[in-house]
Design a protein around this ligand. Structure first.
Ligand SMILES: [Fe+2]
Ligand SMILES: [Fe+2]
Length: 275
């Protein structure tokens, strides 16, 4: 029988925070250390959020009437508010990038069509398994952003707070969809099979988006610069290799997102806000 228990560790509370950043003022063209590749990597991620986070919210809302632990139900409400606010802020960021003359509409419409198909083809439970896998992906990336200063120290101060806030909240709500999935009887095999596909599909989409953004800028991005930023993401000490062990942990039968107890990162981030 499925256990209806929220798994949030003591001290963690999924909380909606209304934020304000200076994104309306615009962002520097290459705000990540003057590097086009790194900047476009983060823009590629940002382009996924508006459509992606709407999909996440909908996929848990399909189970609104299911029997859920009351605490999980409350967490779902806060999760949805957090994700909606992430979307709002990333739309402002995306608009600031578009204002530099980048055509971003095609990325959004591509994603909309992919997700329309996903909604049509897959069951609500599979859609939830997709969300759970992607939430793990974002939580693992968020952990990297808050623990590896190399990833954020060169970010422009106009943009850095957006990514740090988003990362802290992704960690805070990392188990919400997972708990819903467990409580509605989601199976291990569906979770693992979906993740196996996401592990290929997600980096593929990010890379295509990043390369396409770079291609729009080709005159400005030298081959050497592209090589350097490829190393930052895919190299020996790059972003992707660092997250691989945590991604692999998802395939354990007894996996749970809070087996990595990184709630201290949320506390540190919140303290930083009070300065
Ligand atoms: Fe988010
Ligand atoms: Fe999330």
């Amino acid at each position: 029988m499925t256990q209806l228990v929220s798994s949030l560790p003591e001290g963690v509370q999924v909380t909606y925070r209304r934020m304000r950043f200076d994104l309306e003022e615009g962002v520097p063209r290459y705000w990540h250390g003057g590097d086009p590749g790194r900047t476009h990597f983060f823009t590629a991620l940002s382009l996924l959020f508006p459509e992606g986070e709407k999909f996440f919210i909908d996929s848990v809302r399909h189970f609104e009437d299911a029997e859920l632990d009351p605490r999980t139900r409350e967490e779902v409400r806060e999760f949805a508010k957090q994700e909606a606010h992430h979307t709002y802020q990333h739309q402002l960021y995306n608009a600031a990038v578009a204002a530099q003359g980048m055509n971003l509409d095609r990325y959004q419409s591509f994603l909309r069509s992919v997700l329309r198909l996903v909604r049509k083809v897959f069951s609500h439970k599979t859609q939830l398994a997709i969300t759970v896998a992607l939430e793990h992906f974002t939580a693992v990336l968020a952990n990297q952003l808050l623990t590896n200063p190399k990833l954020t120290e060169d970010m422009d101060p106009a943009v850095r707070p957006l990514w740090l806030w988003h990362a802290a909240e992704e960690i805070e709500h990392k188990a919400v969809c997972f708990d819903v999935y467990q409580q509605v009887g989601g199976t291990y095999w569906m979770r693992a099979l979906v993740m196996a596909r996401i592990m290929i599909g997600f980096p593929f989409v990010i890379t295509i988006f990043q390369l396409s953004l770079l291609a729009s800028d080709l005159k400005l991005a030298s081959l050497k610069a592209m090589w350097r930023s490829a190393g930052f993401i895919w190299g020996r000490e790059g972003f992707v290799r660092a997250v691989f062990p945590e991604l692999r942990a998802y395939f354990r039968r007894d996996f749970h997102p809070w087996q990595v107890d990184n709630q201290g990162l949320i506390v540190l981030w919140a303290k930083e806000q009070q300065r």
